[in-house]
Write a protein that binds this ligand. Structure first.
Ligand code: IMP
Ligand code: MG
Length: 178
């Protein structure tokens, strides 16, 4: 069924069960690789909060969770794009950090996170994203775990918003073309 958020109409796109299956798949792959250590999951706020919660419930081994908050703005200069609103405040010395992103679109946010992590004395970092728009993503950073690849549609739900609304939807909707 269609939904309306602000002035726009969205149609059902990815079901709750398909999302849950993707989350389980990612948790399983990470478990297989990291069950013998204690990785630090690093959620990227706001969009990834539901993905983080569901992934951790599916992850059955020792782990830690922390969050970083970034926001992208309209470009005012040729370089400045993504701002850090809540930074890292734990000791990451020798830690394996697994970044949890809701969606990778242009990859600008990811690039900023990698820049931040490279300044830390970590052991290694990996990137997990629930959704990826492969037609848009053109950066070099390798994404280790991808839940679902999607077309270049604007989506909402499961943590993702349209101008603040829609994050609480259990399934994902896409913007209806006019
Ligand atoms: P980036 O373009 O890869 O830097 O993506 C930046 C951020 O924009 C993501 O982390 C999301 O929070 C948001 N975003 C990207 N694509 C969508 C979308 O289709 N719907 C809602 N938010 C999105
Ligand atoms: Mg995000």
């Amino acid at each position: 069924m269609e939904i309306h958020l602000h002035n726009k109409t969205f149609t059902p796109y990815i079901s709750e069960s398909e999302i849950q299956q993707s989350v389980k798949n990612i948790a399983k792959k990470i478990s297989n690789n990291y069950k013998n250590e204690t990785p630090l999951f690093l959620g990227v706020l706001n969009g990834s909060f539901i993905f983080c919660a569901d992934l951790l419930k599916e992850y059955k081994h020792a782990c830690n969770i922390s969050f970083i908050k970034l926001a992208s703005y309209e470009q005012t200069t040729s370089t400045g794009t993504v701002n850090e609103l809540i930074g890292l405040n734990e000791d990451l010395t020798n830690r394996t950090v697994i970044v949890l992103e809701d969606i990778v679109d242009t990859g600008n946010t990811l690039e900023k996170i990698v820049e931040i992590l490279k300044q830390q004395p970590i052991k290694e970092f990996k990137i997990a994203t629930l959704f990826l728009k492969p037609d848009v993503y053109k950066k070099e950073i390798f994404i280790d775990y991808v839940g679902l690849e999607i077309k270049n549609n604007f989506i909402v739900g499961y943590g993702l918003d349209y101008d603040g609304l829609g994050r609480n939807l259990k399934e994902v909707y896409k913007l209806k073309e006019n």
